[in-house]
Write a new protein. Structure first.
Ligand SMILES: Cc1ncc(COP(=O)(O)O)c(C=O)c1O
Ligand SMILES: *[C@@H]1O[C@H](CO)[C@@H](O)[C@H](O)[C@H]1NC(C)=O
Length: 487
């Protein structure tokens, strides 16, 4: 639940209304012009249709300079952003040779492994030399190197499950595994803010999908009760199985999952739990083992543990960890395991090495220091932002912290002004968030120093004043009276 100040809600609606109206008028003109032109595509239906295409053309393109900025270095605490220019009002953007060194507040480099690391990098380079960038083969053919076996063992041990399977991409781990786990006659109950990879995996599975209110165990219970009582559509037979899908840290909200409560509900109704730890594995918990460790949940109580290596481990790929039987079944059946080229060997070595550093198996205490640092950095940055009067979403200990912008005009204003002062931030809007709830999303890293964070805070504070997004100045009580509640 997010509460928007009345005036902000009103002006946000108004802005989108205006953008929409102008877009429609421009589309109308385009239609008329197209009519008068000779058209050799007559008879074909337009290939891009619908509201999302309209949104891209008429809203997103106006601010596309804030997205997809080319980077020319590793995504460390500071990175190189290539300057671009445009001769046609940002319709097309061209690169210059100029590079701006910017504070990086956007990458998921939680533990700082994405930049050169004294332990991981030499080993990844050795793996590159020994195995080449690609196995050029799927796992069941020639694509299983000793690294792949070692990686799966190491991941299973790290997350606290008997076995694991690793795939080349985190997105595919969700979207290709879910259709193997469940199908027609099954019921998926998904958190309303789950990641797109889960949404697409669920849709592709053919199972019935129901959504429960974001991170609300009581509503999950309501949905479970109702659907267990009703059974399958039409036939009312019992469901073949029920899978409840949640995330450890919600990537657009920075919020921790209410895992203990959700597990309790799932156990009561004998539903399986599927936990996506993309943003939490490696980033939270005393030894980096994710939300289970942080919230005191026994990993035996989570049936399917999913995560990605693209955040805390500075690599690529994703995993599923679970019982030996489950993983064996997935290895025999998952198309992304059978038909896709296996994860790149240097990427696999990077993960193996990063896990060793986290566990202290490299013989140093760097891992423990990184974990302490990410926690300290995140909590410091979050509390300072709150003190400044920003509306910051999410929980303590989470390295993801969205700052609410709301107004569409504030998206480019905030992003461009920060960039001018050499702070690179990520802004997210529809379709990644609901239309009204545009935000900037800060991701803190263990590699940020105190000076980095203070510089970031100073710039964000100045820009925040300029753009007018300090929605929570003093007097919180009075504020509350002027809010509309949005679900
Ligand atoms: C919750 C969640 N699951 C899955 C993914 C996909 O992972 P990847 O980017 O490694 O493909 C992401 C990516 O951001 C995510 O946030
Ligand atoms: C184009 O982008 C630049 C920054 O990248 C911005 O300053 C400028 O206002 C934009 N122009 C338009 C017409 O939106």
């Amino acid at each position: 639940m997010i509460a928007i100040p009345y005036l902000t809600a009103l002006t946000t609606y108004f802005s989108y209304g205006l953008l929409f109206a102008f877009g429609q008028i421009r589309d109308l003109f385009r239609k008329i012009i197209d009519w008068s032109r000779a058209n050799n595509l007559q008879g074909y239906a337009p290939i891009c249709l619908g509201l999302e295409d309209f949104y891209t053309r008429r809203l997103y393109l106006r601010i596309q300079d804030c997205f997809g900025r080319p980077i020319s270095s590793a995504p460390d605490a500071w990175f190189d952003v290539v300057e671009r220019y445009s001769n046609d009002n940002n319709k097309t953007l061209k690169r210059t040779t100029k590079i701006n060194r910017c504070l990086n507040l956007g990458s998921y480099n939680y533990l700082g492994f994405a930049a050169a690391d004294e332990y991981c990098t030499p080993r990844a380079i050795e793996a590159l030399k020994k195995y080449s960038p690609s196995t050029c083969s799927s796992r069941v053919d020639g694509g299983t190197t000793v690294l792949h076996n070692e990686l799966e063992k190491s991941v299973a041990k790290f997350v606290g499950k008997p076995a694991a399977i690793v795939l080349g991409m985190g997105y595919v781990t969700n979207s290709a595994i879910l259709p193997v786990l469940i199908g027609k006659g099954g019921l998926i109950i998904s958190d309303s803010l789950n990641h797109n990879s889960i949404v697409n995996g669920a849709r592709g599975s053919g199972a019935t999908i129901r959504v429960f209110q974001h991170n609300t165990p009581s509503h999950l219970e309501e949905v479970l009760r109702e659907h267990i009582a009703e059974g399958q559509p039409r036939t009312h037979r019992p469901w073949k199985k029920i899978l409840v899908i949640v995330e450890g840290i919600y990537s657009m909200e920075g919020e921790l999952c209410k895992l203990p409560e959700i597990i309790a509900v799932c156990k009561k109704y004998k539903a399986y739990t599927y936990l996506d730890e993309a943003h939490s594995i490696g980033a939270v918990g005393k030894t980096g083992r994710g939300v289970c460790e942080l919230l005191g949940v026994d990993t035996a109580d989570v049936d399917i543990m999913m995560g990605t290596f693209t955040k805390s481990f500075g690599s690529c790929g994703g995993y599923i960890a679970g019982s030996k039987e489950l993983i064996q079944y997935l290895k025999y059946t998952c198309p992304a395991h059978l038909y896709a080229t296996s994860i790149s060997p240097p990427a696999a070595e990077q993960i193996i090495s990063a896990i060793k550093v986290i566990l202290g198996e490299d013989g140093s205490s760097r891992g423990a220091q990184k974990l302490a640092q990410i926690r300290k950095n995140s909590n410091f940055f979050r509390s300072e932002l709150q003190k400044m009067g920003f509306e910051v979403l999410g929980d303590n200990d989470s390295p993801v912290m969205p700052i609410m912008l709301y107004n569409p005009a504030k998206i480019p204003a905030f992003s461009r002004e920060c960039l001018k002062q050499n702070v690179a931030v990520v802004t997210v809007a529809f379709p990644a968030t609901p239309l009204l709830l545009a935000r900037a999303r800060i991701c803190i890293s263990a590699s940020h120093t105190k000076e980095d964070l203070i510089k970031g805070l100073e710039v964000i504070s100045r820009v925040g004043d300029l753009v007018g997004i300090k929605y929570f100045p003093a007097e919180p009580k009075k504020q509350e009276e002027r809010m509309v509640k949005l679900d």
